[in-house]
Design a protein around this ligand. Structure first.
Ligand code: ZN
Length: 90
């Protein structure tokens, strides 16, 4: 049996193939929930669900859509906000 700290369900079990061909169980922290729109709360597409240490290795353009308020507002909320000019300075 694995050591007590690894029996916690806050860790997920991942099957990984080693270079030697064995399959081992690795214990990883669970991934965070999806990024959500600041206005309507819907999950944002194009924003990866990953832990900060993984996000740090990713390029800026792969972490959020390349448009104003990308990664903050969903496209429909952005369009609406621009029309209603709720957002200042644009
Ligand atoms: Zn929205």
């Amino acid at each position: 049996m694995v050591r007590p700290a690894l029996r916690s369900r806050s860790l997920r079990r991942v099957q990984r193939r080693t270079p030697g061909g064995r399959t081992v169980t690795r214990y990883e922290r669970r991934r965070p929930g999806p990024a959500r729109c600041a206005r309507c709360g819907r999950p944002l597409a194009g924003v990866p669900r990953a832990r900060p240490s993984v996000l740090r290795g990713m390029s800026r353009t792969s972490k959020r859509p390349e448009r104003p308020y990308g990664g903050v507002l969903c496209p429909s909320c952005l369009a609406e906000a621009l029309r209603e000019s709720i957002i200042r300075g644009l």
